[in-house]
Design a protein around this ligand. Structure first.
Ligand code: PLP
Length: 388
């Protein structure tokens, strides 16, 4: 059994039926200016039912969900020397397509199946695309993926390998976003664009619910990598649902970690408004000029006392290497950024704080970045005596 649900506008509070043709609040989206985050982001609201578990609060009935290993990812306590006693890793590189994005793709696929839709389109820096391609393939759906021409090759290869139609875009992610929306409108295809399709936020909340289930009590701090701000918004949505439907009593402090060269949400939290940025960072998954979920993320950070911090690309690469060496977990740069962020403010956090690093993607998706911190053997060995 699932509860009754509807969309509610995060700006004006108007409510709408959950239908494939409704993506943004029709009223608030009229105020959309170019080069600003999306206006009129919708979220799912439920009528609470006694006896339901947290995972039952979904807008699509369980029978429409493809049975795939998405979510329920491992959480473990690290033992990195000099860090907090309770420093946990939530390892979302262990999803089907090796990134957090599968959480949103799965709900979007279930929704498409429920409504008899056969094709899903998405713009992506790489992971949302390879994720949608994987989940669509496994669900009998067609997928069309718009990626910047310069997206990491492994992410493109994943999309192709899963059988998606891959469209590379002459421009950055922001351009891919616009083109993919034009495509979905023109051909009547369901868009999985992040923040734009409200189910992307709703799908991502499952990680918050799992933390509630996996830990005896909610953590104090969660470090979340942040580009468009939808993982952040989705985590808040999960914690707010837990609070609202009576499962918990508080919301953890979320720390949004951005790359110094792509810090629109960090800037907005400091200045109270968004200004355009020209993003430049090797952490491709958090490289965005206009964070599509920016207003929504900012609203949550302000309302619940969240923080935002930035880290340099150098700090990200060092953190990536250190995390691999200390934990065995090879995270992609955007994900390793949270460890860099933790290291940056570690001394400010109470000694007994319980801290979670949300690791969102696998390092194998972008080996060209990691290689910058590594030394390859110079010469192939032929005799053991040649070893220095
Ligand atoms: C998409 C992504 C992020 C950032 O999520 P946003 O919703 O864009 O803030 C972080 N890490 C990885 C690995 C991602 O794929």
């Amino acid at each position: 059994m699932i509860p009754q649900s509807q969309y509610i506008c995060s700006e004006c509070g108007k409510r709408y039926e959950i239908l494939p043709e409704i993506m943004l609040c029709p009223d608030c989206s009229k105020k959309q200016q170019p080069n600003e985050p999306l206006r009129g982001i919708l979220e799912v609201e439920y009528s609470p039912l006694p006896g339901l578990r947290p995972g039952d609060y979904l807008p699509v009935e369980p029978r429409f969900f493809p049975q795939l290993p998405v979510g329920n990812t491992p959480l473990w306590k690290t033992a990195i020397s000099g860090t907090h006693r309770e420093l946990y890793i939530k390892d979302d590189s262990r999803n089907l397509s090796a990134s957090f994005k599968d959480r949103a793709s799965l709900l979007v696929a279930a929704f498409a199946i429920r409504h008899g839709i056969s094709e899903v389109a998405v713009a992506s820096t790489g992971n949302a695309g390879s994720s949608m391609a994987a989940i669509a393939a496994a669900s009998g759906l067609k997928s069309t993926i718009f990626l910047p021409e310069k997206a990491p090759r492994a992410k493109m290869i994943q999309a192709l390998q899963y059988g998606a139609r891959l469209i590379t875009v002459d421009g950055n992610y922001d351009k891919a976003f616009d083109l993919s929306l034009e495509y979905s409108d023109k051909y009547g295809v369901l868009s999985r664009n992040t923040a734009y399709n409200p189910l992307t936020i709703e799908g991502k909340k499952s990680a918050a619910i799992e933390l509630f289930q996996q830990m005896e009590s909610l953590p104090d701090y969660i470090f979340v990598p942040c580009g468009d701000g939808v993982i952040l918004g989705g985590m808040y949505k999960g914690f707010r649902d837990l609070l609202r439907y009576g499962f918990t009593e508080r919301i953890p402090l979320l720390v949004a970690v951005q790359a110094e060269g792509s810090a629109a949400i960090f800037n907005a939290l400091r200045d109270g408004k968004f200004h355009p940025v020209r993003s430049h960072t090797l952490a491709d998954s958090i490289a965005v000029d206009v964070p599509r979920g920016g207003y929504y993320a900012l609203q949550q950070l302000q309302r619940y006392g969240g923080r935002a911090i930035t880290v340099t690309d150098t700090a990200i690469l060092i953190a990536q290497k250190k995390l691999s060496g200390a934990t065995g977990l090879f995270a992609e740069p955007a994900a390793a950024a949270v460890y860099a962020g933790y290291e940056k403010i570690r001394a400010e956090l109470p000694e007994n704080a319980r801290i979670v690093l949300l690791i969102t993607g696998s390092g194998l998706k972008d080996i060209d970045s990691a290689v910058k911190e590594l030394k390859f053997p110079k010469k192939a060995l032929s005799k053991i005596g040649e070893l220095a």
